[in-house]
Design a protein around this ligand. Structure first.
Ligand code: SF4
Length: 386
């Protein structure tokens, strides 16, 4: 039988990520595919390598960031989202006073920082959001993350001046045509520009993508992983693709190999040793212990839902969203227990970026690798994928 000596082996790829002080060369798409296809002992080796690297870079502390979903109004109609424009559901907006009070509560429950998230809701102008961010910071919350969709540079600068430290904006998929098909109100380039503008405004950048978009080959996922890595993010938030029933993409099946969702997270840790990586809520919709597993293969952030109970059922972006009948105190209590059960501890600081200011030069390997550069935030090129 003919042997293919050029095929990269799992262990030879993992070997490159053993020393976090030296940034490993970016793998090729073929190598990422090899990791995504890992089975049995190879898969266990991938998870162990990611967990080991996580321990040596971001440590055992888990940052707990409370999410407040403050408005389910949205002018967009993304093909999979339960609160898209035109969905048949009761809409709500928390008042600014309610949002600030809830943030204060979250702090009392043990969340060091809060994430303020909404649909694309124009009622929340930059002026209103700035007042809220300022009030939340004045209430003693050491860091605030906004997640309110694409906004122009001028607004991002205002958010930064008001005390917004971080911003989440997922690019969802690096395939432009696919992006356009499932996000009819936006383009990939608009999100790309906003991510670049966040750097310009001096805000820590979080982004990520949906794992397992229906009808896409595994190479699309490999490209998303590599694109995400090229962004050199402070925070990487990814989750399984779960379409809400009643949306155009509702009912699309999950990936046959469920482990691919987890392998993706492990690979992201290997390629992004210093990024904050949350175990996102959607992993618990995939499996009851989903978030625990992600914390054991590279993640270091947990984001309990601290939205007031009366609004939770109205913010179901995807089916089987966990914790919709809980309240914030219960969610944070549960998170404490889960973290302790894993032998980890809750972090005490604000959990700002750990990404080195000037990363060591990364050598190009294959056509998908980033060209060698200084690697710091200002120099990072948000190149469009091919
Ligand atoms: S994914 Fe975001 S922007 Fe798209 S419809 Fe849902 S809330 Fe709106």
């Amino acid at each position: 039988m003919r042997r293919h000596f050029s095929m990269p082996t799992i262990l030879s790829i993992l070997h490159r990520f053993r020393d976090p002080s030296r940034r490993a060369p970016t793998p090729s798409i073929a190598e990422v595919l090899t990791l995504l296809r890992a089975q049995g002992e190879d898969c266990a080796a991938l998870f162990a390598a990611a967990d080991n690297l996580r321990r040596r870079t971001v440590g055992d502390d888990v940052h707990v960031r409370g999410i407040i979903e403050f408005s389910n109004y949205c002018t967009h109609a993304c093909g999979y989202c339960g609160i898209r424009r035109g969905s048949n559901l009761v809409r709500y907006r928390m008042t600014p006073a309610e949002i600030v009070a809830q943030a204060r509560q979250a702090r009392g429950w043990g969340c060091n920082t809060v994430v303020l998230q909404s649909g694309a809701d124009p009622w929340f102008t930059a002026g209103r959001l700035c007042k809220i961010v300022r009030a939340v910071r004045q209430a003693g919350i050491p860091a605030v993350t906004l997640s309110v969709g694409v906004r122009p540079l001028e607004e991002l600068r205002q958010f930064a001046a008001a005390g917004c430290d971080r911003y989440l904006l997922r690019f969802e998929t690096s395939n432009r045509a696919l992006f356009r098909r499932i996000h009819p109100d936006e383009t990939f380039v608009q999100r790309q520009l906003c991510l670049r503008n966040l750097r310009t405004a001096g805000i820590q950048v979080g982004s990520g993508f949906m794992i397992g978009l229906p009808g896409t080959p595994l190479a699309t996922l490999a490209r998303d992983i590599l694109y995400c890595t090229r962004l050199d993010l402070d925070m990487i938030g990814c989750g399984p693709f779960l379409a809400h029933p009643g949306t155009p993409l509702g009912g699309k099946p999950l990936l046959a190999d469920r482990e691919i969702y987890f392998k993706t997270m492990a690979i992201l840790r290997l390629l992004n040793p210093w990024a904050h990586i949350p175990a996102t809520t959607a992993f618990d919709a995939l499996a009851p212990d989903g978030r625990n597993r992600v914390l054991q293969l590279g993640a270091n952030v947990f984001m309990p839902n601290v939205t007031p109970g009366k609004y939770r059922r109205l913010y179901q972006l995807y089916p089987n969203k966990p914790c919709v009948d809980e309240d914030g105190a219960a969610c944070v209590g549960c998170v404490r227990g889960r973290i302790a059960g894993l032998g980890r501890r809750m972090a005490t600081g604000p959990g700002h970026t750990l990404r080195p200011k000037t990363a060591p030069v990364r050598h190009s390997r294959g056509r998908n690798a980033r060209a060698p550069s200084g690697g710091n935030a200002a120099q990072t090129r948000l190149d469009a994928p091919g």
